[in-house]
Design a protein around this ligand. Structure first.
Ligand code: COA
Length: 249
């Protein structure tokens, strides 16, 4: 805790604010320590390293394009950290490998690809996720939510019926997993995190969320990993969620 009583581990840092060179969704949900890049298109000049190419040699065109563009974004974000292009292959359970001293996350969905990176000295882990802003497919909601979350989302839906809260919760849980996994190397089930959302006042569909972890693990710095704080945004037909997990003070 700080002298102000604020717990620095659970404080949500202020977002960086819009960039002037891109769609700027991620920059609104991540702190300035994270460098981001995102695109609504697949650039023709995006290239892969041979070891990345090997990973998608047999992939269909859709998978090839999302994989390639997300890495294009990641290299743009790495360049903003002052780092040279590097191959980003898969480690354990599909988690991307990042250059030494770097943490990061990638996401892709129809019409959007993005990456965020930070120096490990500034963030211990980060997770991003984007989803189309529409209802989850039939039957998915029950399998990814806890009963308490369904009651919570019911209340939020009454206040903000314009937000697909089911999709937002799903995206936030994907961000939780992408933040959690590099810290623990462990699987996390959908029912092992309890999420609560807050919506900002005013017209924009955006806010924060808190993920309470229902399993106990320590992070690599030996801190008990109890939960994460994140931000969410709905815009341009997308739900975007992000978590920036700070290093030990
Ligand atoms: C791995 C997973 C999180 C990816 O999310 P998604 O919405 O399907 O897909 P996205 O496009 O947003 O993200 C895909 C990227 O996630 C990253 N990723 C994959 N596995 C990962 C892992 N174990 N840890 C961190 N990042 C991972 C990869 O960079 C991948 O892109 P790439 O294959 O091109 O490198 C998801 O498929 C999954 O397995 N979820 C189950 C676990 C979970 O979410 N539990 C909930 C806990 S509350």
């Amino acid at each position: 805790m700080t002298s102000t009583g604020r717990d620095e581990r659970t404080h949500v840092p202020p977002p960086r604010g819009p960039r002037d060179d891109g769609p700027a969704l991620l920059a609104e949900v991540l702190p300035a320590a994270a460098e981001t890049a995102e695109t609504f298109e697949d650039p023709a000049d995006a290239r892969l390293f041979p070891e990345e190419e090997a990973l998608i040699a047999k992939a269909v065109d859709k998978r090839r394009r999302e994989f390639t563009t997300a890495r294009h974004c990641a290299r743009q974000a790495l360049a903003r950290l002052g780092l040279p292009p590097a191959p980003l292959v898969h480690g354990e359970r599909g988690a991307p490998t990042w250059p030494a001293g770097v943490v990061g996350s990638m996401t892709h969905c129809d019409g959007y690809r993005a990456a965020a990176v930070a120096r490990r000295a500034d963030l211990a882990s980060l997770g991003i996720d984007a989803e189309p802003h529409g209802p989850l497919p039939e039957g998915v909601y029950e399998s990814v939510t806890l009963p308490a979350e369904r009651r919570h989302l019911g209340g939020l839906a009454a206040l903000r019926p314009d937000v697909h809260w089911d999709r937002l919760l799903f995206s936030a849980k994907e961000s939780v997993y992408k933040t959690w996994f590099p810290l623990t190397g462990a699987w996390l089930d959908f029912e092992e995190a309890h999420l609560e959302f807050e919506a900002a006042s005013g017209g924009a569909a955006r806010g924060t969320f808190a993920a309470r972890l229902l399993v106990s693990r320590d992070d690599p710095e030996g801190r008990a990993l109890t939960g994460f704080q994140g931000r969410w945004l709905v815009r341009d037909g997308l739900v975007v969620t992000a978590i920036a997990y700070p290093p030990a003070a």
